[in-house]
Design a protein around this ligand. Sequence first.
Ligand SMILES: [Zn+2]
Length: 298
Amino acid sequence: MSGAGTTACQNDRVTFQGSGSIDTGNVSGGGGGGGGRIALGGGAGLLITIVALLFGVNPGELLGGETGQQGTTSAAAEIQQQLDACTYEMANENTICRIKATTVSVDDVWSDLMAGYQPPKTVIFADSVNTGCGAASAATGPFYCPADRTAYFDPSFFTQLRRMGGSDGPLAQEYVVAHEYGHHVQNLTGALAKGQRMGSQGPRSGSVRVELQADCLAGVWANHADDGPDALLAPISEQQITTVIQTAKTIGDDTIQGPGSNPEGWTHGSATQRARWFGIGYQSGDPNRCDTFATNDL
Ligand SMILES: [Zn+2]
C-alpha cells in the first residue's frame, strides 16, 4: 500500500510503471490440446475436486458436455507470439500482457512474504486447454490446477466478467490473477488440500473458506504491489480499489445465483464476504490475517 499523496495525474487505466520487456519464463500460450470431444485426464471427478474456480460454476457441467470450439495449436502460437512481445508499457493496454506482468508482480510479493515460495506456471489459452487436472474450456473461467502448479486464463473471461457487471479496470483484472496465485500459495501452505477435505458446498464449507482466503491473499498482494519506488505497480488509488470491490461482488455466489440464492449451495462466498476478505488482506498486508479456517464469522 502506498502512502498518502497519490498524485492528481494518477490515471486509473495505468497500473504498471517502468518499461521494457517482462522478464519471466513462467508464462506461456496454450490450448489446442486434442481434437474432438474434450476428455477428462486422470479419471472423472479428479478435476472437480482439485480445480479451484473463480466463480460458482460446477465444472462437471462444463466438461465433457458441449465442447464448443477447440483451441488450435496456431491459437497457442499466436498467444505465445503476443507474450514474447509484451512490455510493461503494453501491460497497461493489452490483457495478455497485463496478465503476464501481473504474474511477475505477484511472484515478487510472495517471494518477499513467504519463505520457500516457488512461482507457479501460467498458461494463457483460447477456447480449450489440456491441464494436469484434465481438460478445460473457456467456460470454466480462470482456474488453478494444483497437480501441475499452473494457473490458467482465457482472456475472453474478462469480457464475460464485464457483461456480468464486473469492472474492466486494470486492477480488477490483476485481482483475478492474484486470486488464482492465491490458490497457488494455498497449495504450498496446505490450505487448498485442507479446504478440499472440508467440503465443496455451503456457507462454511472448505470451498468457501478456500475462496475467501484466496481473495484475502489477493488483497495482501495489492497492499504490497506498489511498495517502494521500484515497485512494478504505480501507487494504487482508492478508485482502483473500488473497481476490485465491484468485480469481487459481481462474482459472489449470491450475485451469480440471484434473488433467493441458497447459502447451502455456495462455493465461493457472498458478494459481501468476497469484498470483505479482499479488504482484510488489502488493509493489513498480512497473510496471517487471512485465516478463514479459524473463524465461522466469514
Ligand atoms: Zn478461486
